[in-house]
Ligand binder design. Structure first.
Ligand code: PXL
Length: 279
């Protein structure tokens, strides 16, 4: 019997703040895909709150994953997000090598930094390690900070041209991914640019209106919708379009309700819409 599609979500579990697995699992579930969380860390709130409890799950990840090996579980897709240590990257690479079957895809969201700055955990060694993971990616969703870091370029002091973006994506694609979307590039006061690179095809652009300030967890919502759409057979461009439109709608609701920017996206309001046109 044909079973439902199944995706492994390798990311942190954060209780309050709507990010990572807490956002991604319900989103892919709404798209009729079974979510299988593989925690990298457990937090009470995300790190943008003044206080948070953080439990690094690295020492327990291998035993956790071993049971999936013992059960011969199969996954149709694997999506990775925030990874806290080099050891964790090695565990993820081992997971991909073991579980990725033909026709399955790997989406790597290289959560490394934003606005030209890398997160504190992103030492040069960690950046080097992330490049190892890139080799296993089919789809990637970097922001501009992450893209330039992965291709050893400085953060630009001007908006890069489409040709420059395409060249950087081409360099990244040579290491692995066939499809890349560079998310959330500030284009002007009113618009955000999402730049789509497809191997051996022309680049594509998805523009969205800039609504309010940046919100934590937006990237997780976008990568979850992309993973879900792509797994359900949409083209990459359509998946990105649907993801950015969905995120914009959630952000507009948050602005209307004056939800603090670090509370994440109120995706619950529109979750049902993700299931409507799926077969
Ligand atoms: O993707 C946002 C995110 C995810 N996980 C943790 C975070 C953040 C943003 O700060 O702190 C733990």
């Amino acid at each position: 019997m044909k079973r439902q599609k199944r995706i492994a979500l390798i990311n942190d579990i954060t209780g309050f703040g709507r990010c990572s697995i807490a956002s991604m699992a319900p989103i892919v579930s709404a798209m009729k895909i079974q979510a299988v969380p593989i925690p990298t860390a457990i937090l009470s709130t995300h790190t943008q709150f003044p206080v948070y409890y953080f439990d690094d799950y690295t020492p327990r990840m291998s035993d956790y994953i071993q049971t999936y090996k013992d059960l011969n579980l199969e996954f149709d897709a694997i999506a990775t997000g925030f990874l806290g240590s080099q050891e964790q990257v090695d565990i993820v690479i081992d997971f991909i090598r073991y579980f990725k079957k033909e026709n399955a895809f790997v989406l790597v969201d290289p959560v490394m930094g934003d606005h030209g700055k890398l997160y504190a955990t992103y030492t040069p060694q960690m950046c080097h390690k992330m490049k190892e993971l890139v080799q296993y990616a089919d789809l990637m969703t970097p922001n501009l900070t992450e893209l330039v870091t992965l291709v050893d370029q400085p953060y630009p002091d001007h908006l890069p041209s489409f040709d420059e973006l395409n060249q950087m994506c081409e360099t990244l694609a040579k290491q692995g991914p066939k499809h890349i979307v560079v998310t959330g590039i500030p284009f002007n006061d009113k618009q955000i640019l999402n730049f789509i690179y497809n191997q051996d095809e022309d680049y594509q652009i998805v523009m969205v209106d800039r609504i309010g300030q940046d919100r934590c967890g937006t990237g997780d919502v976008i990568s979850a919708v992309i993973a879900g759409c792509y797994l359900n057979g949409y083209h990459f461009y359509e998946s990105v379009k649907k993801a950015t439109e969905f995120a914009s709608k959630c952000i507009a609701y948050c602005e209307k309700m004056q939800v603090p920017h670090y509370y994440g996206l109120c995706f619950e309001e529109y979750l049902w819409e993700l299931g409507v046109d799926e077969s």
